[in-house]
Design a protein around this ligand. Structure first.
Ligand SMILES: Nc1ncnc2c1ncn2[C@@H]1O[C@H](COP(=O)(O)OP(=O)(O)OP(=O)(O)O)[C@@H](O)[C@H]1O
Length: 747
């Protein structure tokens, strides 16, 4: 232990040195003003790089070094979150990045297949102190007969699984299992589907894969970026600390509701309406809605120009419309064609009248005169108003809001639909739902970009640049403590962050755009990501798949989910069906079969529900038993809230550390939330409950992908009854606990 402590302390000293060096360089770059455009641009990239480095060195503080491999040839390799080299000597690796090819044996070597490894050691540290060591000798002759050959680092793994939860997901870099490692390190190109039951580590694998890909394909992915999509904000908050702890800050995390720049979809709507909007046939509905805006009047339009009224005949408008449609351009861009045709026709009328030869001969006007008439007509307010009315330039938001607001427009766009379905689309303006987002994206494709959208994008970029400038200064300020130790340079460094404010830095960066790839990608609808990872992908509707595929033309994707847990009505019952339109059969399937979260006793209860979903489905195998059988109580319905409060108080008292999750039908949130709060004022209840609270009340939709030490499921029949996919919802609810499960059933 003493030797390991010495080594680990040395690594932390190096880490401090690296951080100080980057902080100093960042300060120097910030201080440096002026210079040529090229010098400024180089400096801005340097600022970005050093700011990132300072952040990364701070982020890997916990568990910097967690493993050691002793190989047959007598070599020793320490494995950790980042690579550290001996820069004073001949650049020997002091700490090997877990993602380096040579570190792989740490996760894969077994006694049966030791891969040249003699001993694997797990080092547990707490605040720079080595607190435990765990050795595995990879030799069949001497291996412990009780060890499970298929588990890597069994003791460390079980310690991690049994530890109390904190309300934030932790990384698993110390104990990645072989079946997970294979997925994390799979090749970059192509579409990889990872199917696995609850708790098999799909989310963990998805996040570690993002970190692995960024390390291994840094150059390719640094410019195009990686997008990770998770089901809701609560879930993104839950996983938000994993990538930073792996020293990766460049991944863009988004919910499906945030994938249309400028729109943050938080409005709620009935599940059936969301399902309707998710259907693939909405493609035709939107195309029809756009066509409906290309209007041909029944009667001639009377257009007032300077001293006269010009009639515009329906046939003329129809001919112009057909021509504009035939141009094949998106609606807003085809408007130019439409304008030319209409103005041409109007000008011809004017020319015919004023150029008429009183003697009955040919028209007296020259082509140049007619061109002049056309120019004048284009400027006429009456003509412009008519053109706007006949072929309005539209934003996606305008198109959709107008459609939802008007039963006639809905009817025109939905031939063959039932009245009930049409009525479901009806809605007053005022915010967007997640199911609207793929429709906005589809509309944007049909409409094409007009200048206003481009201007809005520029405004968003400017706002982001400002945020970034503030962030860099924050980092420069945050590294002060280190600077102060160094008297000679400290004063100067301190001065930099104080002298330069975000506006000045912003000004300096505007010429070059000091944004990270992720920030630029977030502001740009047409961005093509280098890799897209989708978690809880079974929830995506066909329309949402279309949007995501647009963001990833290379189809380099990792799709992670469990079709048995599908809750959304438009969600995916089969991966093949969802992917067929985009990659046909060209996708690879990997399955995860071991549940690390859910103990065997709880999985047995969940298995009964899984059989209700589909008798052919098999639950994952639990890696451990908790020794605590789940309990179930039937209580009088009018006593339900009181019984829940009592049970929650009792279970919360039993937690030493860790968290209690209470999962209830959506229709009971208000009543049960109030009762829970009365008994446990610390409980978190609401749309975005704080997951770090000791007790959290959630609906199944909110609990998706999360976990707690103890879970109380209230009114399982109510959960099943609330949705056509109710059994899947109950299966999700029952599989959220790492230790204990209680069920309260109203009589
Ligand atoms: N190799 C591992 N080492 C340590 N912990 C692990 C490992 N694999 C998974 N876990 C833990 O198991 C739990 C479940 O993992 P995760 O949330 O990734 O599962 P999931 O398959 O996404 O589950 P769900 O389908 O329910 O969303 C997490 O606490 C995770 O940290």
């Amino acid at each position: 232990m003493g030797h390991e402590q010495e080594y680990v302390s040395m690594l932390y000293d190096r880490l401090d040195g690296l951080r100080e060096q980057s902080a100093r360089r960042l300060a120097e770059q910030l201080r440096d003003g002026g210079g040529t455009q090229q010098a400024r641009s180089q400096r801005d990239s340097a600022v970005k790089m050093y700011a990132e480095q300072v952040e990364q060195y701070s982020a890997v503080e916990n568990g910097l070094c967690f493993g050691r491999l002793d190989t047959d040839d007598g070599a020793r390799h320490y494995i950790g979150r980042i690579g550290i080299f001996d820069t004073s000597g001949d650049y020997d690796p002091l700490l090997m990045d877990w993602r380096a090819p040579a570190a792989r044996a740490f996760y894969l070597a077994t006694a049966a297949n030791p891969q040249g490894v003699r001993r694997r050691r797990h080092l547990r540290t707490r605040q720079r102190k080595v607190v435990a060591l765990n050795d595995e000798v990879l030799d069949l002759a001497t291996a412990s007969p009780t060890a499970h050959e298929e588990l890597t680092g069994e003791a460390s793994l079980l310690a991690a699984l049994n530890a109390g939860r904190t309300g934030r997901m932790r990384d698993i870099v110390e104990t990645i299992q072989a079946e997970q490692d294979r997925i994390i390190r799979a090749d970059l190109p192509g579409t990889l589907v990872v199917q696995g039951g609850p708790g098999t580590g799909k989310t963990a694998v998805a996040l570690h894969r993002a970190a692995y890909l960024l390390y291994t394909h840094r150059r390719e992915l640094a410019t195009r970026g990686v997008l990770l999509v998770g089901p809701n904000e609560t879930f993104l908050r839950y996983i938000s600390q994993v990538l930073p702890a792996l020293a990766e800050t460049g991944v863009l995390l988004r919910t499906p509701g945030d994938l249309f720049p400028g729109v943050s979809a938080r409005r709620a709507e009935p599940a059936a309406t969301a399902a309707l909007k998710g259907r693939a046939e909405m493609v035709e509905v939107l195309a029809a809605a756009v066509r409906d805006r290309q209007w041909v009047p029944d009667e001639p339009l009377e257009i007032e120009v300077e001293r006269e009224v010009l009639p515009l005949a329906p046939e003329t408008v129809r001919a112009a419309r057909d021509r504009a449609r035939r141009s094949g351009r998106p609606h807003n861009l085809a408007r130019a064609v439409f304008d030319v045709e209409v103005v041409h026709a109007l000008a011809a009328q004017v020319a015919e009248r004023i150029g008429a030869d009183p003697l009955g001969g040919a028209n007296l006007l020259e082509e140049a005169d007619v061109a002049e008439i056309r120019r004048e007509l284009r400027e006429e307010p009456g003509v412009r108003a008519a053109l706007d009315q006949l072929w309005p330039v539209l934003t996606p938001q305008r198109l959709l809001a107008d459609l939802y607001a008007d039963p006639d427009r809905i009817a025109a766009a939905t031939p063959g639909w039932s009245d009930a379905d049409r009525a479901a689309l009806r809605r007053e303006p005022g915010g967007w739902t997640p199911a609207d987002v793929p429709l906005l994206d589809e509309a944007a494709e049909l409409l094409g970009e007009d200048d206003r959208a481009a201007e809005a994008r520029r405004a968003r970029l400017r706002a982001l640049q400002r945020e970034y400038a503030e962030g860099v200064l924050e980092i420069a300020r945050g590294s002060r403590s280190i600077d102060v130790e160094d008297e000679a340079e400290g004063g100067e460094i301190l001065g930099v962050a104080d002298l330069l404010d975000a506006d000045r830095l912003l000004e300096r960066q505007q010429s070059t755009d000091g944004l990270t790839t992720a920030q630029r990608a977030a502001a740009d609808r047409s961005w093509a990501f280098g890799h897209v990872i989708v978690d809880e992908a079974q929830e995506l509707s066909p329309m949402a798949w279309r949007l995501l595929m647009r963001r990833c033309p290379s189809r380099s994707m990792t799709i992670v989910g469990d079709v048995a847990q599908t809750g959304a009505l438009a969600g995916t019952p089969s991966w093949g069906e969802a992917l067929e339109p985009y990659v046909a059969q060209r996708w690879r399937l990997e399955e995860l079969t071991v549940s690390y979260r859910t103990p065997a006793e709880i999985m047995a209860v969940a298995a009964g529900v899984l059989a209700e979903i589909d008798p052919h489905l098999r639950p994952p195998r639990s890696v451990r038993r908790s020794g605590v059988p789940p309990w179930e109580r039937t209580v009088a319905t009018d006593r339900l809230a009181g019984e829940l409060a009592d049970a929650a108080v009792a279970e919360a008292a039993d937690l030493t550390d860790g968290r209690l999750g209470v999962i209830v039908p959506a229709g009971r949130v208000d009543a049960l939330g109030a009762a829970l709060l009365a008994a446990l004022p610390e409980a978190a209840v609401g749309d975005h409950p704080e997951l770090e609270s000791r007790v959290v009340l959630l609906t199944v939709a909110q609990a998706k992908g999360l976990e707690f030490d103890t879970v109380l499921v209230v009114d399982p029949d109510g959960i099943v009854a609330e949705s056509p996919r109710g059994h899947s919802d109950l299966y999700v609810a029952l599989t959220r606990a790492t230790q204990r499960l209680g069920i309260l059933r109203p009589a």
